[in-house]
Design a binder for this molecule. Structure first.
Ligand SMILES: C[S@@+](CC[C@H](N)C(=O)[O-])C[C@H]1O[C@@H](n2cnc3c(N)ncnc32)[C@H](O)[C@@H]1O
Length: 206
């Protein structure tokens, strides 16, 4: 899928559907929060949520003072929805409307979090571009948390094909220089009660 088509797909999703009308909605992004909190980072740690969309993760990270948060998404509409919801509370959040396959990070981050964005990259060239960006953006000693559909998870999301992963396929995608420190499964229940099997793998950059 080209970048133009990707942007148009996701802008349509976020302008056409309400927050709880998308399968990935979580009232409480508990698995991500638990993993980020477990890293024991200081309040000034920098966290970037890749493909964060309109997720409520940023709200809770800000509320609990867990770090300085940047949310990146290809959909400006998604970011605007999250920005409006946060209001004043989100004054310190950075919002980046960009496609991760062509974004140039201007700083290094302590934590790279991605729930359900990487798995939409089905082309090896896009996956390589994502990893190249990640390597520019994550400082040595920093953490990478990637949540995707698990190997026994759905084959599609939002009408798009996905690539399902486990810790081994993510390690292979990242290449050398990353130590797997945690991998776990998570059963997500969509707002209409369907089960989606996820995996979350956490790596530390050497
Ligand atoms: C399934 S949603 C998950 C949203 C959010 N992470 C959550 O957990 O609620 C996937 C998100 O990835 C974003 N996305 C997809 N491809 C992207 C890309 N190449 N660059 C940046 N964002 C992308 C979409 O706009 C969408 O918000």
């Amino acid at each position: 899928m080209s970048e133009v088509n990707r942007k148009s797909h996701w802008e349509n999703v976020y302008t056409g559907k309400g927050e709880t009308e998308v399968s990935w909605f979580q009232e409480n992004p508990a698995p991500s929060l638990e993993l980020i909190a477990s890293l024991g980072l200081p309040a000034e740690a920098s966290i970037i949520d890749i493909g964060g969309g309109a997720s409520r993760l940023v709200d809770i990270l800000v509320e609990r003072n867990l770090g300085k948060v940047t949310v990146l998404d290809v959909s400006a509409a998604a970011l605007e929805a999250a920005r409006k919801r946060l209001g004043e509370e989100g004054a310190g959040v950075k919002w980046v409307a960009a496609d991760i396959t062509s974004w140039e990070p201007a700083q290094a981050y302590d934590v790279w979090h991605d729930r359900a964005a990487f798995h939409f990259l089905t082309e090896p060239a896009d996956q390589s571009a994502y990893v190249a960006c990640l390597k520019k953006a994550v400082r040595p000693g920093g953490y990478v948390i990637i949540g995707t559909f698990a190997l026994d998870g759905p084959e599609k999301c939002s009408g798009l094909a996905v690539v399902r992963h486990d810790a081994a396929s993510l390690s292979a995608a990242l290449g050398g220089g990353f130590e797997l420190i945690d991998t776990r499964r998570h059963d997500h229940i969509t707002p209409w009660g369907a089960l989606q099997r996820f995996q979350f793998s956490t790596f530390r950059r050497r």
